[in-house]
Design a protein around this ligand. Structure first.
Ligand code: FAD
Length: 399
């Protein structure tokens, strides 16, 4: 980690200590393995590797920063962001292994019955169970409240039917926090409830493991007459939409942090290459057009990190105060939008500075060029972030 966190006012002494220890863990344990993130084409081997990453993160006692304690008490978004930035610097796959343990359990920490909550949180934080978050469907992406998967009350349980698509960790996860329709509201939108579904439950299947532009275990899952005991419902009937939004709201800035990690790596690679590579009798770094690119990349990266850590700081400081909710939503969406879009531009420029070498399969900037793309889409696309920002802005100006 560079001196950013020492030089900005968002962090406390514990964050400084954490950042230093995560940086050394990543350099020792993650960086040497990162080249293999793409090597494994055989599904079972890449799943095994992913589980090893989860175990490694558990051993280093990092997963407890992703998996909230009951009621999300003391959840530290700045720590979450610092860890994601550092992991993504070396391995976006390790970052995914880290963050999914949190995304897949956050609603459980907020609202599951005590015994269900304690069972899954302990396993997720200890790396003994892999978690997933299942909201998106084949016909429903951004428009969450139109989901079609149903959960029908049946005696002391529910019967789930439907399909979920683009589910990170599908096929690897031991359990899923699933959002399903338990009724229809007066306005015709879904009344959504959340459930914990174990991967071994009868009626659960993985329909597809979907290959994407970059390594990211993702796939489609299906529920057919799957029986979930009522005690595995998370929160009350109808609380699901709020729980999904609370989860995404808490983790949103951290997507920006992951983008910053990738962008910081791209900038470091570009600076090193510009110093090393000579054209027209001098290093690329001596050409002013290259200097301009490096300067632009540096400014955008600084701006992205400031927005990310501002959003994280605000949430850590004012997260319990309802009157701050619009401010927090706007700050998190601004951070996610700007950091992911800026990171894409920064990585693109890093590749440009590398010339043809940057296009070679396996080169780090070529990998980053593919890794960054999904971040502008998942957990709310850039367009949806703009809608949130504008909505909060217009609300503010109405007052
Ligand atoms: C790598 C990856 C991992 C993912 N992991 C998970 C996961 O673990 N769990 C999960 O539940 N989901 C996951 N998703 C799904 C992800 O959250 C959705 O892809 C995302 O919300 C967008 O939905 P969509 O792809 O269906 O696009 P759509 O909602 O169909 O949107 C298509 C395009 O239209 C735009 N658009 C939509 N509505 C509007 C509007 N009102 N105004 C303007 N433009 C609009 C969008 O911005 C987008 O550009 C993942 C996706 C990816 C790519």
């Amino acid at each position: 980690m560079d001196r950013f966190i020492e030089e900005t006012p968002f962090f406390n002494a514990e964050h400084l200590r954490l950042a230093a220890s995560v940086a050394s863990f990543v350099w020792r344990e993650i960086e040497p393995r990162a080249d293999a993130d793409e090597d494994e084409t055989e599904q079972s081997k890449s799943d095994e590797r992913f589980r090893e990453l989860v175990a490694l993160l558990a051993q280093a006692e990092l997963l407890r920063y992703a998996v909230a304690r009951p009621d999300a008490a003391g959840f530290d978004v700045r720590a979450l962001c610092l860890i994601r930035e550092e992991l993504s610097y070396s391995s976006p796959l390790a970052d995914l292994a880290f963050v999914m343990q949190g995304l897949g359990t956050h609603a459980i920490s907020l609202a599951a019955p005590e015994h269900v909550r304690d069972f899954w949180l302990a396993r997720a934080a200890g790396g003994r169970a892999v978690a997933a978050f299942a909201l998106t469907e084949p016909e429903v992406g951004s428009d969450v409240s139109a989901i079609q998967t149903t959960a029908r009350r049946d005696g002391d349980g529910y019967l789930l039917d439907g399909r979920k698509r683009f589910i990170s960790n599908a096929g690897i996860a031991d359990f899923y926090t699933v959002f399903a329709r338990t009724g229809t509201r007066a306005d015709g939108r879904a009344e959504i409830s959340a459930f914990v579904v174990g991967a071994r439950m009868q009626g659960f299947s993985v329909r597809e493991r979907t290959r994407l532009i970059a390594p990211h275990p993702v796939g489609e899952i299906e529920f057919e007459n799957l029986r979930v005991p009522a005690e595995d419902r998370v929160g009350a009937e109808g609380d699901g939409f709020g729980l999904a939004m609370q989860t995404l709201g808490t983790f949103r800035a951290s997507v920006g942090a992951a983008a910053c990690g990738m962008a910081r790596r791209a900038l470091d690679e570009a600076v090193a290459y510009a110093r090393r590579r000579k054209q027209f009798g001098q290093p690329l770094a001596a050409h002013q057009l290259i200097q301009e690119k490096l300067a632009d990349m540096s400014v955008e990266l600084d701006a992205a990190r400031l927005l990310v850590y501002r959003a994280a700081y605000l949430r850590d400081t004012y997260g319990q105060e309802d009157s701050y909710a619009p401010t927090l939503a706007r700050a998190a969406s601004t951070a996610k939008l700007y950091a992911t879009e800026a990171a894409q531009r920064i990585i693109d420029q890093a590749l440009q500075i590398h010339g043809g070498a940057g296009l070679i399969h396996g080169h780090i900037v070529e990998r980053l060029y593919r890794d960054i793309r999904a971040l502008r889409i998942y957990e709310g696309t850039s367009e949806i972030q703009k809608l949130v920002i504008a909505r909060e802005l217009l609300k503010d100006s109405d007052e």
